[in-house]
Design a protein around this ligand. Sequence first.
Ligand code: ADP
Length: 478
Amino acid sequence: MSGNSDKQSSFEQKLKTTDQLLQTILSEAPMIIFSADKNGVFSFSSGKVLERLGLLPGQVVGLKIRDVYKDFPDIIEQSDRALKGEEVRSVVMVEGVYFETLYRPIFDEKGEVESIVGIAFDVTDQKKAEKERDIFFDTTLSMICTANMQGYFTRLNAAWGKILGYTDEELLSHPFLYFVHPDDVDATLEEMKKLSQGLSTINFTNRYRCKDDSYKWINWISVPYENQIYATAQDVTENKENEIKQQELLKELERSNNDLEQFAYAASHDLQEPLRKIKNYSDLLSQKYFGQLDDDAQKYIEIITRASGRMQGLIDDLLTFSRISSRGKEIRAISVKAILNDVMDNLEYAIMKNKATVSLPDNFPIIQADKSQICQVLQNLISNSIKYKADADPVIKISITELENEWMFEIKDNGIGIDMDYAEKIFVVFQRLHSQFEYGGTGIGLALCKKIIERHNGKIWLKSEIGKGSSFFFTLPK
Ligand code: ADP
């Protein structure tokens, strides 16, 4: 007997220990575990999460669900459904805490609900994160969406509707290629291929058809993740249209420049013939009637000869000017030394006659240039420095500085200087600051320099002060 009672007390002891263990697990579990009888009266409640409601384990036992949660019609409705035999899952907020709850009915042998058990998890952090994500999703001005690899949007934020004019249903019910401009479909498919290979696409631009049948340029940043595409998009229509307009303007400008060059060429070319006739006939007149004409007539003939000579100069310069782009030679590598040798040879007489000193640069880099055109630029600048000299003999210094992407040339003189108010004007064709009596010239030299330097993708400018001399600069890309 005593053996049996010993066994029993050890069995009871084990049961007690197991029960205590179970109680501890249930009361410490990060959830609420509860049960209720078929009348909806709590028969058990435990779990750490009860603390969030300010309840102790077992505190509600003996109370009806509909009394404890009388202010929560959702809980009453869900527990009633469970009491009628339905398994119910729901998310409800109680006292600022989101609970995801599972109600499960327990049936007796007759198949009638005998009781219900429930488990409720605190999902507040997850719900808050979802809420925050939704707020970001719907308040950003950018279009945000997710799409699947089959080519359908799966979720879109409100910006889509505002920008394209469709409802979410319209956008979700077609493959997104349906909205893409026919000319952009191939490029879009190419981007889709990259995404399906796990590559992100950054700054891809295509056109989307709006509800009103107009098109908008959309710029995309898309990232693939677990068979979904996550994308932000921006309406860049205004920028794109400006860009297109600018390109059109540029083309138009190039076209009108070409027209103008052709006109200048044709006009100057055609003017040569009648001019030659004027010159020849006035020469003939003064030779054939030499001594027979009075002084006035002789003077008039001289004026005609001088004016036609000057006009010949203008026409020659205009012809050179109009030929810069059309008759320019290839731009290729050439040493500055070779260029300066030619320039100094050509200017030898003018330098000597004007007692000018020209100092050459310390370095002679290899540059990318049309040799004869850059010769012409240096020749024009140096001969201007000689022509527009002050009282002192001309001293001209040429230097070359290496910059990051270009060579900068400087031609510095000690001449009469230029009022910087005219710094732009003197680069325009026929613009001169002096009369023909003071200094001869056609006013084309600097315009020619500008056109040549621009053909080489460089810039030309000057720094000067009246009475102190001038520095002309130009750059040539390396
Ligand atoms: P041109 O010498 O035939 O008049 P340019 O186009 O070469 O034509 O020069 C335009 C004007 O710029 C000149 O009339 C002159 O007034 C001014 N200029 C050019 N170079 C210099 C210089 N080195 N010093 C002073 N003035 C200059």
